[in-house]
Design a protein around this ligand. Structure first.
Ligand SMILES: [Zn+2]
Length: 319
């Protein structure tokens, strides 16, 4: 049983702070999914129960393991232990699946569970481009766009809907994702999309003036290390747009917890994480659609030893 796995790992299974709704695995799903989704949920639950998906303990980003249990199930009633760090307040999944288990989960079950039953790729792309335009306007508010040569990269770009507004404005726009059906959809619309994630983006030596992480950071296993690595594709003092679901969405809290999320941020913990990785906040806002989102524009503090000839073209960020 899962509880046995927890205790073997030295994890507590104390009653969740949020109450019965966040421990009961038999109540209705908080978010709809289709037949494929229900089969995938059952498979994931079985994999957790029979040990095919191994669990591991993980410390908070501040180093502490002094926790309070918040919830034991996610919105699909999948066992998912969310804890709050008593030292810094950051929420995380602990214990969580190992990296190998996450790879299997994302490869075989993620889309089936998280995609809505009435999903229509073209309609979804059009809806997401509208949101991408809002995100781009938020960024443009604080970036003075140079006449030419501006560039943007997105990690976890889906079909590239966040990149389309920049491309329309003449930016070089490149996206990485591992979902081949989304990549095909974006490429058919003329976007420069590539298979891979952050490590793959770092291989070619390309640098960008802006990097976008939209609903991605909360999936990272080691966000501070990943944010530091991300500087390899960012010009010195380049900008990073981050958007995460914020726990400050109390009216829809039953929809909030997702087994794919390893970390749960609020603006304060997001900013602390960014600072720890060497970024400083430029702007913070809440863009609201179905969930309240913490949306941050940050600027990298890193400098480059050898002055890059392209740095002169870096879009200027207001202080
Ligand atoms: Zn902490």
């Amino acid at each position: 049983m899962l509880e046995a796995s927890y205790s073997k790992l030295g994890s507590t299974v104390d009653a969740p702070l949020l109450g019965e709704r966040f421990v009961n695995r038999n109540s209705a799903l908080a978010v709809a999914t289709g037949d494929r989704g229900r089969v995938a949920i059952a498979t994931v639950c079985a994999n957790l129960a029979n040990g095919k998906y191994q669990l591991e303990r993980v410390s908070c980003l501040c180093g502490s393991r002094d926790n309070r249990c918040i919830a034991q199930v996610d919105r699909y009633r999948i066992p998912h232990c969310t804890v709050m760090c008593k030292r810094c307040g950051l929420l995380r999944t602990d214990p969580r699946m190992t990296a190998a288990a996450y790879v299997d989960f994302y490869t075989n079950h993620y889309r089936a569970i998280y995609e809505r039953p009435d999903h229509d790729p073209d309609r979804y792309f059009a809806q997401q481009v509208i949101r991408g335009e809002s995100r781009a306007r938020f960024v443009m508010h604080d970036i003075v766009q140079p006449a030419t040569s501006a560039s943007v990269a997105e990690i976890g770009c889906g079909a590239g809907w966040n990149l389309e507004p920049y491309r329309k404005r003449g930016w070089k726009a490149v996206g990485w994702d591992v979902d081949d059906s989304y990549l095909r959809l974006g490429k058919s619309r003329g976007l420069d999309l590539r298979h891979g994630l952050l490590p793959d983006a770092c291989v070619g030596g390309e640098r960008f003036h802006l990097v976008v992480l939209s609903h991605v950071l909360e999936h990272f296993l080691d966000p501070i290390a990943d944010l530091r690595a991300l500087k390899q594709i960012l010009f010195p003092r380049g900008a990073l747009f981050i958007e995460v679901p914020s726990l400050f969405a109390a009216s829809q809290l039953t929809r909030y917890f997702q087994n794919a999320h390893t970390w749960s941020f609020v603006p304060q913990t997001l900013e602390a994480t960014m600072r720890a990785a060497g970024f400083r906040r430029v702007e913070l806002a809440s863009l609201s659609w179905t969930l309240k989102l913490a949306t941050m524009l940050a600027r990298s503090n890193h400098e480059q030893a050898n002055k890059d000839p392209h740095q002169a073209a870096t879009p200027h960020l207001h202080p």
